[in-house]
Design a protein around this ligand. Structure first.
Ligand code: WQD
Length: 344
């Protein structure tokens, strides 16, 4: 059991990870600015995980806020032993429109965080990276040794942070895990916490659940002329609870690893699914029909992203266990119980 700082812990992946870490008995401090998340998620995560979370509202770019978190934990005799760093901006289109903001929050925020960690001798970090780092790949499955080729400021900022963290690990005193997420979907099976995007969702899965909830009319399928089995884009969707469990495994692994550890791991199922596979899987799992029409391709979309999760399995003993039916059932349990997300 360790005392762990979770930045961005109230967000979609962060809140599910909090539940898993509380169940494992860890002590949690969450730092979140709630710019795209709700404190209600943390209240519910505490109930589900059976523990209490110390919550700090603040910005990862604020050194005084970060230093106070580490200093207070030390003064209370529960020094922070590791950090899981979720906080950041994550919308690809927005990053193209506002590159400065993305570099500032994602790169400068991470730099400020690791500087505060270093000053307080906490040098164990799990970082939220992204499958979009691979750019527009043509060979599959994606393995971690392939050279990153990020094509937008969002992915470029994540790749820059990975490089910073790898350089820290190379100094011999840091333990780092760069976790490259594919497409996390679904929700905690209780339906108490889940994904709560602001405004009309950009992403496929919350768009589908909001159609099912009657908030949206019809799905626009962006392109059916890709070189895939049904012409629609393929992604490697994984259940957010599987992803949350991967963080617990990565944390345990780092806490018993030697300094100068730097892991970079793909987290996905390894089974790509097309847009129509997801639509039909949702219909089968829930019995609800999803109206859709075929539209033009969305600019910036790649035909296919699909990983090999083998290295994560070998290194952490982790694999994604939950099926598309589980993702759909649990995502729908959340959306149907919370049609307006955390806004009640
Ligand atoms: C999936 C598929 C679309 C919406 C996301 C995040 C990005 C990154 C990786 C973290 C594609 C199609 C979608 C719709 C559709 N996350 N689609 N109609 O593009 O893989 O990116 O994961 O690093 O930040 O945005 O996911 O869910 O947007 O799209 O047809 O209304 O669904 O074209 O093929 P994507 P997505």
């Amino acid at each position: 059991m360790a005392s762990v700082l979770i930045t961005g812990g109230a967000g979609f992946i962060g809140s599910h990870t909090c539940v898993v870490l509380l169940e494992a008995g860890h002590e949690l401090v969450v730092l979140d600015d709630f710019s795209n998340s709700s404190p209600v998620a943390l209240e519910r995560a505490q109930l589900l995980g059976g523990g209490s979370i110390r919550c700090v509202r603040g910005d990862i770019r604020d050194p005084a806020c970060l230093n106070a978190i580490f200093a207070n934990a030390q003064a209370a005799d529960t020094p922070i032993e590791a950090v899981i760093h979720f906080a950041g901006l994550k919308a690809v289109g927005e990053s193209v429109a506002e590159p400065l903001r993305y570099w500032d929050v994602n790169l400068c925020g991470s730099r400020t965080l690791v500087a505060a960690m270093d000053a307080h001798h906490c040098r164990t970090l799990v970082f939220s990276s992204t499958s979009t780092i691979y750019g527009e790949p043509t060979r599959f499955p994606l393995v971690e040794t392939m050279a990153p080729a990020p094509i937008h400021p969002y992915a470029q900022s994540k790749w820059a942070v990975e490089q910073l963290l790898n350089a820290l690990a190379a100094t011999g005193s840091w333990r780092i895990a760069n976790l490259r997420y594919f497409n996390p979907v679904g929700a905690h099976p209780s339906g108490q916490i889940g994904e709560d995007p602001l405004g009309i969702p950009n992403n496929l899965f919350p768009f589908i659940t909001q159609i099912a909830a009657g908030r949206l009319e019809s799905l626009r399928v962006f392109g059916n002329d890709y070189p895939t089995h049904d012409g629609t884009g393929i992604r490697d969707y994984l259940h957010v609870m599987d992803l949350a469990e991967a963080h617990a495994h990565a944390l345990d692994h780092l806490l018993s690893a030697a300094p100068e550890t730097a892991l970079t791991l793909n987290l996905g199922t390894g089974q790509g699914l097309s847009v129509l596979d997801v639509v039909h899987g949702f219909e089968q799992a829930t019995g609800i029909s999803i109206l859709y029409s075929i539209c033009a391709r969305r600019p910036g979309d790649v035909p296919r992203l699909e990983c090999s999760p083998q290295l994560a399995e070998q290194t952490l003993g982790w694999t994604a266990k939950r099926s598309l039916a589980d993702m759909c059932r649990d995502g729908w349990a959340w959306q149907s119980a919370n049609p307006h997300g955390y806004r009640r």
